[in-house]
Design a protein around this ligand. Structure first.
Ligand SMILES: *Cc1c(COP(=O)(O)O)cnc(C)c1O
Length: 486
């Protein structure tokens, strides 16, 4: 027997494995409760603090260590991180639903490689199934198909590759191909256009930050007259700055014949909220849509979803012209199915498990209700801002993003940008509440994104109070007011 034992294994004795998994479970619980109770940062670290924390990690560890000290190191590193607490409004990122955390742990332990049906039959079927569910959830298609990927950036790039396949020939000069997106589109669209080597035309937005469809129509016509080849329009359903939803139905009309991709990375889940469904009308006529489940479906990172109306391989016929190891020996069409024909990656983790478990455990109604709740919180924040005498709303929230600024009556317009910029830097150093910034018609805005199923009205109140307090202190220290703002 001993002869059959490897000299080296990375396995742990049973008791140590138990200690490791229990310890990891403890750490996971600590993170869940930190996200539950806040603060955003225990203490926001400086670069020097992080360097200090990692001084004992600089050398490559030649020898291993025990479970206990390892978990202690791990705990210290986690504690220095930012938590998606109920007052974290910085970026579009939801906290992880606990069910999704458990799913990710199990998926890692199983380590199935979801490249193709052959490699992971049930995981492949589950991925296609959850994609259909999502297509129904957002009203895109009852029979959607697609692929899970790292996030919105990967989804937009993959959609553009597919659009090229469908709307051009390999002989077309890429530099004559044009993709259209609004000024407010996410920068990943520009990146994707650059990667595939096509031109991006930026279309102006209306007063609500939605794509100006007349301008789109005119630009497409001009480009055609100039001998260029329009091939794709990217509509944004929920812009990253203000949550504006482009009028997808009108865009589909103006884009006749072009591939229409809807970048709904942030906002599209709101289409499952009955009061908001109409905002997204036209989505059902799009060719592809992107959703980030880690943004507003409460899945742990990373979980991007790209949905298509129909599947066509991105490659030629890999079974015949691909590498020999990609040749799938199966008669059944399903058994020959491979995600590598439809996305850019080969090896992929089992992302569908967390989506499936989140929807199974909570049900689609509850997920939609949680999203509706986030929208209410943003509307509440906008109300509080409107009612105050010292804050100004800079964009009416259409989904769950509220952009505003501190505007104390004593401060002149020309000082507001600098004042709010300083205020935000101090707020982010403070750790209790986290906001980010946007530039709206030239004004510096404080931006709050609410995609957190734990955020309550008092969290919103705390955020506004914090802005008021820090803004007041700034005014005092610069001597621009006679009355302290508290
Ligand atoms: C966040 C975002 C993206 C990028 O998604 P990642 O998952 O961060 O790659 C793309 N589009 C929109 C509208 C977004 O909000």
């Amino acid at each position: 027997m001993s002869e059959d034992r490897r000299r080296i294994t990375l396995d742990l004795p049973a008791n140590e494995l138990d200690a490791l998994l229990l310890g990891a479970q403890e750490l996971a619980k600590r993170e869940l409760s930190a996200a539950h109770d806040g603060p955003v940062f225990e203490t926001p670290p400086t670069a020097a603090d992080v360097r200090q924390l990692l001084t004992s990690e600089l050398e490559l560890p030649l020898e291993g260590e025990q479970v206990k000290p390892l978990l202690e190191r791990c705990a210290r590193i986690m504690a220095a991180g930012r938590r998606t607490a109920p007052t974290f409004f910085g970026y579009v990122l939801s906290p992880a639903a606990p069910v999704g955390v458990a799913a990710d742990l199990v998926a890692s332990a199983a380590n199935q490689n979801v490249t193709a049906w052959r490699s992971s039959p049930a995981a492949t079927e589950l991925e296609l199934l959850t994609i259909r569910w999502l297509g129904q959830f957002v009203g895109f298609s009852d029979d959607a198909t697609g692929v899970l990927l790292s996030g919105g950036s990967a989804a937009n790039l993959t959609a553009l590759v597919r659009a090229l396949r469908e709307r051009s020939t390999p002989e077309t000069d890429r530099r004559s191909l044009v993709v259209y997106a609004s000024q407010e589109a996410h920068f990943s669209v520009a990146k994707a256009a650059e990667v595939v080597g096509v031109r991006l035309r930026t279309i102006a937005v209306d007063e609500h930050w939605r794509m100006d469809v007349d301008a789109l129509g005119r630009t497409i016509e001009e480009d055609r007259s100039a001998g260029l080849e329009p091939f794709c329009v990217v509509a944004t359903a929920g812009t990253t700055s203000t949550g504006a939803v482009d009028p997808v139905d009108e865009i589909v009309g103006a884009a006749a014949g072009l591939w229409v991709h809807v970048d709904g990375a942030y906002g599209l889940p709101a289409a499952a909220v009955p009061s908001h469904r109409e905002l997204f009308s036209g989505v059902e006529a799009a060719d592809s849509v992107a959703i980030d489940a880690h943004k507003w479906l409460y899945a742990p990172l990373d979980c991007g979803v790209l949905l298509f109306k129909t599947f066509h391989p991105l490659t030629g016929h890999p079974a015949s012209d691909g590498a020999a190891y990609l040749r799938v020996l199966a008669d059944d069409e399903r058994e020959r199915f491979a995600f590598w024909d439809h996305g850019l990656e080969l090896s992929r983790r089992f992302r569908a498990l967390k989506l499936w478990m989140i929807f199974r455990f909570h049900g689609a109604r509850k997920i939609a209700a949680a999203i509706a709740n986030d929208i209410e919180m943003a509307a509440y924040m906008a109300d509080q801002v409107r009612r105050s005498g010292d804050m100004q709303l800079l964009a009416e929230p259409s989904l769950s993003i509220c952009c505003f600024r501190h505007r104390p009556p004593t401060l002149a317009e020309e000082h507001l940008d600098a004042h709010n910029e300083r205020l935000l830097a101090l707020l982010q150093r403070d750790g209790a509440v986290y906001l980010s910034n946007a530039k709206l018609r030239g004004s510096f805005a404080l931006r709050a994104c609410i995609t957190n199923f734990r955020t309550t009205r008092s969290d919103v109140d705390r955020a506004i109070d914090r802005v008021r307090n820090i803004g007041g202190q700034l005014l005092e220290s610069s001597g621009r007011t006679d009355s302290p703002m508290t």
